[in-house]
Design a protein around this ligand. Structure first.
Ligand code: ADP
Ligand code: ASP
Ligand code: MG
Length: 406
């Protein structure tokens, strides 16, 4: 039997009771004859002692703008603690587990601290441990540069670790264990009637993840997709079958056609600021060019871009809004910034070219008196920018309008 990568998120490894459930999942795979490679996140969520957010807050008590290289050294500790505790728990259960850091597992990254990109994965050490009958327990979210600097892969990056290892090891399956029963039509914390999706295509889940569904990291999906390795998102806390991410539709799925659904899910991204720039000359392409060039030169990524004669609108992450506006004012631009915005999106592989989707979208928001600040669409999504205070109402209304409830 082949290799299976099993990744357990922060809530799955938070307490001794949770870790016993994790041991059972690993044992089941092992007993079926798979070679499990385990990936763990830091234990717990914000507020808990060794969670990533807690470590960030701790580092920032020393200096609010602490350098990203130093921040990465403390972030490393979260996954290290978790992997040691999980390895010990597996050993106590009679399994021959061994803990590895991201670097020891062969994950080589660039030196873009706190958001490093994986350059290559050398699977030789893990393969030799598997040949010895061991169960490697790898710290998620981590890598190392060729100069042995510790790096992290960006928030939610343990999913990326799992996918990168799965790809390098030619795993049969990558399992992502979390605290929900699978990928749902909306965040169940917002929409209580959200439905589990049995099966979803790589493309759709990538869109959902890019548009804010944090249940899986989009980079992980992209990596798995390149080698067509199936990803299974499921709960540590139940025996529900979970959501299969693949391009091959299983014959017994209850979903119609995973690539053709008009609406698969509703998602949102908060903490966005809208920037409006009024141009003096209504057809000034040079001004537009300078505006976007200056954003790029300052490392500010822009989204929801609308260029009209006389006006340019776009969004930036809220924490960069002041920097962006100050930069634009240096050019003498007339800039208006609206803080506290959110982008709400409906994602569906079959949304493109279907008449009436936009009308339904706008109707759902209008009935609920939600003002629309901007819209944008792609071949698999429609998004609107609204004030953050309307997010719950908008997500719920769109979920209902597109008949996504169970
Ligand atoms: P982990 O620590 O296991 O990686 P995360 O907190 O990163 O877990 O992701 C799981 C959370 O994602 C869920 O608790 C849920 O609230 C949230 N979530 C957001 N959108 C969705 C969605 N469409 N389907 C399922 N969960 C979602
Ligand atoms: N612990 C990291 C985070 O909270 C990585 C992860 O959980 O995937 O972002
Ligand atoms: Mg996560």
């Amino acid at each position: 039997m082949g290799i299976i990568v099993q990744k357990f998120g922060g809530t799955s490894v938070a307490t001794p009771e949770c870790r016993d459930l994790v041991v059972a999942k690993i044992k089941t795979a092992h007993d079926k004859g798979f070679n499990p490679v385990v990936v763990v996140s830091a234990m717990g969520r914000k507020g808990e002692s060794y969670a990533t957010d807690t470590l960030i807050d701790l580092a920032r008590t020393a200096y609010k703008d602490i350098a990203s290289r130093e921040l990465d050294q403390i972030l490393y500790c979260g996954e290290m603690i978790s992997a040691v505790i999980m390895t010990g728990t597996l050993q106590a259960a009679g399994l021959d587990a061994i803990m590895l850091t991201g670097g020891q597992a062969g994950i080589i990254t660039d030196n873009n601290f706190t958001n490093a990109r994986i350059l290559k994965v050398d699977p030789s050490r893990i393969l030799s441990l598997l040949r010895m009958g061991k169960i490697p327990v790898v710290c998620g979210f981590q890598g190392a540069t060729i100069d042995y600097e510790f790096t992290t892969l960006g928030r939610g990056g343990s999913d990326t670790t799992a996918a990168a290892l799965g790809s390098a090891l030619d795993a049969e399956m990558i399992e992502i264990y979390t605290d929900v029963d699978g990928i749902m039509t909306a965040d169940p914390r917002i929409v209580s009637t959200a439905k589990i999706l049995d099966c979803i295509s790589y493309g759709e889940v990538c869109q959902l993840a890019h548009q804010g569904a944090k249940v899986i990291h989009p980079r992980a999906v992209e990596i798995a997709m390149q080698k067509n390795i199936p990803l299974l998102v499921k709960s540590t806390f139940s025996d529900e079958p979970g959501t299969l991410i693949t391009n091959i539709v299983p014959e017994d799925t209850t979903e119609s056609n995973v690539n053709d659904r008009v609406a698969t899910g509703v998602t949102y991204l908060a903490n966005i600021a809208q920037i409006k720039v009024n141009l003096h000359d209504s057809l000034n392409n040079i001004a537009s060019f300078n505006i976007f060039k200056s954003m790029a030169n300052n490392g500010i990524s822009v989204d929801l871009i609308n260029v009209h004669p006389g006006q340019i609108m776009f969004t930036v992450s809220e924490e960069l809004a002041d920097k962006a506006a100050a930069q634009l004012r240096e050019f003498g631009c007339d800039v208006q910034t609206t803080l506290d915005c959110a982008k709400v999106s409906v994602v569906g592989g079959g949304i493109n070219g279907v008449p009436g989707v936009m009308a339904s979208f706008i109707e759902a928001l209008s009935i609920n008196n939600i003002p629309i600040l901007q819209t944008v669409d792609s071949h698999t999504s429609i998004s609107v920018l609204i004030k953050k205070s309307f997010v719950h109402l908008a997500v719920t209304a769109l979920h209902e309008k597109f008949n996504l409830s169970c």
